[in-house]
Design a protein around this ligand. Structure first.
Ligand SMILES: *Cc1c(COP(=O)(O)O)cnc(C)c1O
Length: 392
């Protein structure tokens, strides 16, 4: 008997439906250009917004940390002690975000697993945007709380759910700050207003907002001037910050509770010394200068306007996330392959990551791109789009 026949079937099903993902192997550091299968290609699909993933200043900080602290933390912090490096990172994050305190965990995904099940029990209720990130959905699934899934970015819809459930004492509204597939923003000022009216806590996952929005990349709360009105900001060090790790920023009280009880903090080891040191260096660069963030936005504006001029539908993005809408998954896969042949690496994104019929190439701009790089990409998008009949 073949116990694993169900896996053969599932994989065959993915292949049949065109959903089987072949992951490319990158043979270089992640910069504006990467080497893939021996070929140098322009990288238009990483989340390396500020070019920090191979920044020499971050690399140098990581090397120094290895010399001083080694490569591993030894065990979970609550048992083996916390390295001064982790404490320093948490102080940096809190200062950067303008919150009382912060906690560092291993990844952005883990921030949601840390916060949501800890704060929300079965007599409580969660309000969550229907397009929230998979890691929020997993955090919600780990909690026994009731849940109300409100229509995407719909503050009135959210307010109706709050009204219907106003008898429930503990309420938490959770939203992505920037929605990663479309690049649109959570209506955070409106959410803050209704949250205050109904006494609900707010948690925003700022994974695509930090390093991108706000003063020097301080994120969506800073962008909307909502300091003190959002209870929990969480996010990742793996996107604009270019490294790896997650953080949760908020009041000293919330952070203290997480440190005592959050399961990813208690049962999974801390981030490694080189990772943590590189994160500290990234925040230091942003505190000293808004140059990387300005360059990112200049690149995004220039590239988006060129794509529009070519006749592309680039959706409703308000950020450097640039979805090039192509409709059918097969068109998006063909487009991505043709771009690759022309020297541009940009992956197709299709169902189930986005709805059926809304397949796209999601272009991610970076401060690492030069003007020449953007011209190269625009030229290739023009050529491939005409050849495939997407534009005229
Ligand atoms: C990317 C992302 C994460 C995951 O971050 P990792 O550090 O890679 O685990 C979590 N939440 C949102 C909204 C994201 O976009």
């Amino acid at each position: 008997m073949n116990k694993l026949a169900f896996i053969d079937e599932a994989l065959a099903d993915l292949r049949e439906k065109g959903l089987y993902n072949t992951i490319r192997t990158v043979e270089s550091s992640v910069g504006a250009w990467v080497t893939i299968e021996g070929k140098r290609v322009l990288n238009m699909c990483s989340n390396n917004y500020l070019g920090f993933a191979n920044d020499p200043r971050l690399c140098e900080a990581a090397k120094r940390a290895i010399d001083q602290f080694g490569v591993g933390p030894g065990a979970v912090r609550s048992i083996a002690g916390t390295m001064s490096l982790h404490v320093e990172l948490e102080e940096c994050i809190a200062r950067f975000k303008g919150t009382e305190a912060a906690l560092s965990v291993q990844s952005g995904l883990n921030t949601n697993l840390a916060v949501i099940p800890l704060l929300m029990d079965k007599e409580d209720i969660l309000f969550t945007d229907e397009l929230n990130h998979a890691s929020i959905i997993d955090g919600v699934r780990l909690s026994k709380a009731q849940r109300a899934i409100y229509p995407h970015r719909d503050v009135d819809g959210l307010a109706r759910f709050l009204e219907e459930n106003k008898g429930i004492a503990k309420k938490l509204i959770i939203t992505d700050g920037v929605f990663s597939m479309d690049g649109d923003l959570a209506p955070l000022p409106g959410i803050a207003d209704v949250a205050e009216k109904y006494g609900a806590m707010i948690m925003v996952d700022d994974a695509h907002g930090e390093g991108v929005l706000g003063r020097n990349g301080r994120g969506i709360v800073d962008h909307f001037h909502l300091h003190g009105r959002v209870d929990i900001e969480c996010g990742t060090m793996s996107k604009a910050f270019g490294v790896m790790g997650g953080y949760i920023a908020g009041s000293a009280k919330i952070v203290e509770y997480l440190r005592q009880r959050a399961r990813p903090f208690l049962f999974s080891s801390a981030a490694t010394p080189p990772d943590v040191a590189a994160c500290i260096a990234a925040i230091g660069i942003l505190e000293a200068s808004d140059e990387p963030v300005r360059k990112l936005w200049d690149n995004a504006r220039a590239f988006k306007s060129a794509l529009k001029d070519l006749g592309y539908d680039i959706g409703v993005s308000e950020t450097p996330i640039t979805p090039v809408m192509l409709g059918e998954a097969s068109t998006a896969w063909d487009f991505s392959k043709a771009l690759f042949a022309e020297g541009v690496f940009a992956t197709a994104i299709a169902f189930p990551t986005v709805p059926r019929g809304k397949a796209r190439i999601r272009v991610m701009l970076s401060a690492a791109h030069s003007g020449e790089d953007l011209n190269f990409a625009i030229d290739r998008f023009a050529k491939v789009g005409r050849r495939l009949g997407v534009i005229r």
